[in-house]
Design a protein around this ligand. Sequence first.
Ligand SMILES: Cc1cc2nc3c(=O)[nH]c(=O)nc-3n(C[C@H](O)[C@H](O)[C@H](O)COP(=O)(O)OP(=O)(O)OC[C@H]3O[C@@H](n4cnc5c(N)ncnc54)[C@H](O)[C@@H]3O)c2cc1C
Length: 474
Amino acid sequence: MNNNHYPVVVVGGGIVGAGIFRDLNLHGISSLLIDKKDFTSQTSERSSKMLHGGIRYLENLDFQLIFEALHEKNLWLKIAPELAEEKEFILPVYENSKRPLWQLAIGLFLYDLLSGFKNKPFKILSPKKTLDLEPSLNPQGLKGAGVYADAVVEDALMTLHCIFDALKHTTHSKALNYTSLVNFEKKDELYFLELKNELTNEIQNVTADHVVFALGPFTDQVLKNFNQLHWQDVLLPSKGSHLWIKKDKLPIERPLVITSHDKEDRVIFVIPHSDKVLVGTTEIKTKENFFDVKISKEEIQYLLRHLNDYFPKAEITEEDILSTFSGIRPLVREDGDNLGKTSREHKIYRPYAKTFVIAGGKYTTFRTMGQEITRTICLNYRVSYNHELSLEKFNTQFNFKPHLGDKLTDEALINILKNEYPKTFEDLAKRRLSLPTKKLWKNNEESFDQFFINRLETINLYFSCTKEEIEQYP
Ligand SMILES: Cc1cc2nc3c(=O)[nH]c(=O)nc-3n(C[C@H](O)[C@H](O)[C@H](O)COP(=O)(O)OP(=O)(O)OC[C@H]3O[C@@H](n4cnc5c(N)ncnc54)[C@H](O)[C@@H]3O)c2cc1C
């Protein structure tokens, strides 16, 4: 291997690319991971932050996917307890709900069965017990609730830790953020890739034996640029948006699942995360620029309307929104174009024997999604594939704990700057420190702005940052 040649180049540093990169490195296969933006800055930091089987997919009879996802969820709870936490989700049922309690009980039993009874067993609650648990729920017409177990995850941190864990296992591999693939050519058995540094515009040429495209919703847009691939669109992109609401305005203790009253019959998750509550999601077709998707006025109204139906006493308004975010589900197009009914299964395409394109899937199933690719690559190098390797515990030398706002020390900050590749102030605050907004900063001795401005000299040793960028952070 010379400096510009890699056995594998993985294009796309979301959870899918990061998972494949980790698995390759655990098997001793050196690789290069690149992402056009920061790692995990797209779909993989904009999910509903759940590891789950997908209670909603029971209606689509997607049993295989639910089985696999529940199995993965329960594994990650063991492997990465710092990042994934089991929670009891409450699904309230009202007089006018589409499914009565007895039907819900059958569904929840099936969900537990598909987990091999590894899930905490489901429960059915009376209206009184439901209100004892969550007094802010609307009591009118309440018939009771189902309670089942799923998990919440720090999605951005999990992806970053896959990358950092991969790098720990080899000295030859590299992970480059802000590096995009701008040209791809196959000559005989070798791939010639032109990479562009998005911050300096520098071009770098590398060669590879294998290329893995893990571009999530960007798959069609990127691959169409490379004539040699003759790529035909495979995705049905679906936009989903979320709100972060102040926890003191919506003081719930457990995640709730509320159902929409529209004909789509969607579910909306209302999930407490320390001092804020996540509310989402929506599901709509979109032609927006995927790198710049934003919540629309209609989506905000839609989410607030359902929230206020279920929690009328809270009287939540736009004033209570801390921040919002939107992402694009990389669904693989099936016969119809009904977003809700389209399967969340992934697909792998092989335009050439050593080119892999992986699309679709869910955050929860990223580990198993990529295994087929790693196994094939291992075979090409006569390395025996061991699916147990990716079940090793994560290394904890990195900053596992999110929300460091109240106890961020100089030492921790320098460690993050040195080891975790932030290249902009947003990378540092949003993804490395889990502070999507400065309103979540809790250190009483120094304000958010003061803290970072006082350390600007140190930050500038690692990437260029101005006082204005810190002040303008939302
Ligand atoms: C609203 C919403 C809610 C969701 N909730 C859940 C949930 O609760 N649980 C769950 O299991 N799943 C959930 N999902 C699904 C899950 O988030 C996605 O399946 C998963 O994050 C996709 O990861 P990815 O790596 O395929 O894509 P991405 O994370 O988008 O990664 C693709 C990467 O490719 C990079 N890229 C693009 N162009 C180039 C280029 N030219 N060169 C180099 N790199 C490039 C991008 O910058 C990006 O980082 C949700 C999805 C959405 C949208």
